[in-house]
Design a protein around this ligand. Structure first.
Ligand code: ATP
Ligand code: MG
Length: 337
């Protein structure tokens, strides 16, 4: 097979499964916005992924607009990037079906996100939750995306996307889908839960105290950091001193990501500081960064028709890329149109 060169193109998405968290901001949105202008960027509100667990219909519509507002408020320019919600471009679901027939059950059984989300309840969760990685592969490969910025938790799904692309190319003896690169960089690719430094912060996590929501007010942010789990020690002289201190490591990483610096630089400033000094400084920093974005989200949410217009326009532009790629896929597979 000759090696096709694919035009650099970024795709990523966020589920409207609740309010956006600091993890989504630092691990996803902020980095997505940073890639704008470097190459073609396509960002999605992945509503079809959200319904893999029950979503109240009214809340889903609200959360979809709110995730869109989060992207826009954080600096996504809808003329520079394509911004849309997934269900508006039906080709995602169509390509996912093809990939359901390419991916192997054994591959799905290895997905740690399914194990984490299904827990002991695996027999009772939706089939969609199990097949989720196949839809995610379709989201990415429908645009022949070459780069996918994600948090550390999604690395395995992007690797599976590469496996699906390779198996498709191999089975049909064609170099059609690219091998997508997961882009996982910076100090906040895995922001941890504030009450348990071994678990990821998630919008669907059980307790509100374990996460900072992008729309929390200043008092709430201060309270959550103050009550966040830490330890008995002061901050060390070097980053190596944070080893085996997951909560301390997390708070330093959050500080570094919010201030666009490195954990080393944060430690250089705060070596020897106790939590009574560090936590209020972190809360002030988080409020200074999040409040303007949250205010802008409130302003955008006052005009839902404008958000819908932006999403519909983005969907038209997304479809223009997706439709020919799906049509070629059908032709390769031998499906008459
Ligand atoms: P849910 O609990 O519903 O799965 P979530 O908070 O995990 O929600 P997703 O919509 O699943 O959010 O993920 C959107 C993006 O945010 C992905 O790129 C994911 O890797 C990233 N992300 C999610 N949580 C974190 C986190 N704690 N740290 C860094 N990145 C994160
Ligand atoms: Mg998630």
């Amino acid at each position: 097979m000759t090696q096709t060169t694919f035009t650099p193109r970024v795709f990523s998405g966020i589920k409207p499964s609740g309010g956006l968290t600091l993890g989504n901001y630092l691990g996803a949105i902020k980095r997505f916005v940073g890639m704008q202008g470097q190459m073609e960027t396509i960002y999605c509100v992945v509503d079809l992924h959200a319904i893999t667990v029950w979503q109240d219909p009214k809340e889903l519509a609200h959360a979809t607009r709110e995730v869109a507002a989060g992207y826009l408020a954080a600096g996504l320019d809808p003329t520079q990037s394509i911004l849309f919600n997934q269900s508006r471009v039906s080709q995602h679901a169509e390509l996912a079906w093809i990939f359901n027939c390419v991916a192997r059950v054994g591959w799905m059984n290895r997905m740690t996100q399914f194990k984490d989300k299904a827990g002991a309840n695996a027999e009772k969760v939706s089939l969609g939750l199990y097949a989720y990685p196949s839809l995610m592969a379709a989201d990415i490969l429908l645009y022949h995306a070459t780069h996918v910025p994600v948090g550390e938790d999604q690395k395995q799904h992007v690797e599976l996307t590469r496996d699906i692309a390779n198996k498709f190319n191999h089975d049909y003896k064609i170099d059609f889908f690219p091998e997508t690169i997961p882009v996982i960089d910076g100090p906040a690719t895995r922001v941890m839960n504030l009450r348990d430094g071994t678990k990821k912060m998630s919008k669907s996590g059980e307790s509100d105290m374990e996460r900072i929501n992008m729309r929390d007010d200043a008092d709430t942010i201060a309270k959550k950091f103050k009550k966040s789990k830490s330890d008995q020690d002061v901050l060390p002289e070097t980053v190596e001193g944070l080893k085996d201190r997951p909560e301390a490591r997390n708070l330093v990483d959050i500080y570094a990501a919010l201030s666009d610096t490195t954990p080393d630089a944060v430690i250089a400033d705060y070596a020897g500081a106790g939590w009574g000094r560090f936590k209020p400084a972190l809360a002030d920093l988080a409020v200074a960064k999040l409040a303007p974005i949250s205010d802008e989200m409130t302003r955008l949410m006052d005009d839902p028709a404008e958000i819908d217009r932006i999403l519909a326009d983005g969907a038209d532009r997304a479809r223009a890329i997706a439709a020919p790629i799906l049509a070629q896929t059908y032709e390769i597979v031998g499906l008459l149109r």
